[in-house]
Design a protein around this ligand. Sequence first.
Ligand code: SAH
Length: 399
Amino acid sequence: MNNAIDLTIKPQYIKNYRNGYPLISKDSIVDWSKVKDEGMIVHLLDDRKKFIAKGYYGQQNKGYGWVLSSKKEEKIDVSYFRNKIKAAIQYRKGYYNDNNTTAFRVFNGEGDGVGGLTIDYFDGFYLVTWYSLGIYAFREDILEALKSQVEYKGIYQKKRFDTKGQYLDDADDFVCGSRGEFPLIVKENGAKFAIYLDDGPMVGVFLDQREVRKTIRDSYAKGKTVLNTFSYTGAFSVFAALGGATKTTSVDLAKRSRSKTEEQFIINGIDPEAQDIIVEDVFHYFKYAVKKEILFDVVVLDPPSFARSKKHTFSVAKDYVKLLKEAIQITNRDGVIVASTNYANLNMGKFKEFIDKAFKELGGKYKIEDTFSLPKDFRVMEKFKEGDYLKVVFIRKVV
Ligand code: SAH
């Protein structure tokens, strides 16, 4: 078993950790030099060497590790992880019992007590994502704990940390049980998604937008033209089409997005020929649409936080206002823009300021009709607001 390393918290951060803040940030610790291997257990002490919390060392873009317990004697072992996973499953009972939704998040990092680890459910298969080498060091205990708590067809994994240039082949994604046959068809509020657990880092759908997709289908799509930008596999387009949209237009730069989007339409009984799927830079498409005066009733904006294409670099913090202004120009009067961002360093207040700025600069008027953050299965901690990264605003363009 690892011997714990004592780390001293800088005075200005002590109160935070006493209050249950979970992220061990680089800046908050005096003596990182004592720590060597990822996965080491660390004890966080105040300036009088009094124990505050224990956690593990694991580098992610967010920080250098996560608090696991405020009890000094608590062992971080199979039984520790079993208790966390058991509680997480209990919290999602409603999802397990819902036959119309067979894909959801079972374990959401620090929201369920263990930062750097997520577990998703896809119709009997489990996908474990490791966000650092540090959490990966607990792999055996975590997998044993998971296996003791669930019935599963198979378990897959994704490593979301730097493996020093080593290519992670797909064989590495399969952990145990039976191998799935992909695409695996899962359901979400009655609609279907084709999922690939063995084909790169993204599996085909972002589960955190579930309620937004349902809202588009049930309340915004009927009889409308819908533009879905940064469309990936066209999940928003599928829900819009199922909700009775007259036509959807999906725009994504990635070549694979065409076949992936066609596949999602087909499994939902929608003729892809009746929809537009455009493989192009969104910024280029906006210019074209403005020039041709093409207007849409609903425009979905869901860009990555950072993106680099041949001609553009885009960052939510710098460029979202500009993106909104382009969207506003090609939205019909009384139309709706669904503006979304998963950029953790931008809160809802600031995001709404972006929206206001974009409309003001164009002299337009708007009304906010709906807002969304993460769904219940993406459990977040009261003490860690940054974990609640999703912001979605339904904006009605009045003039
Ligand atoms: N909205 C999607 C998820 C978007 S993922 C959904 O709900 O499923 C981000 C997508 O943006 C990726 O598919 C990527 O290929 C695409 N992308 C990034 N930069 C782009 C650009 N400049 N133009 C078009 N697509 C872009």
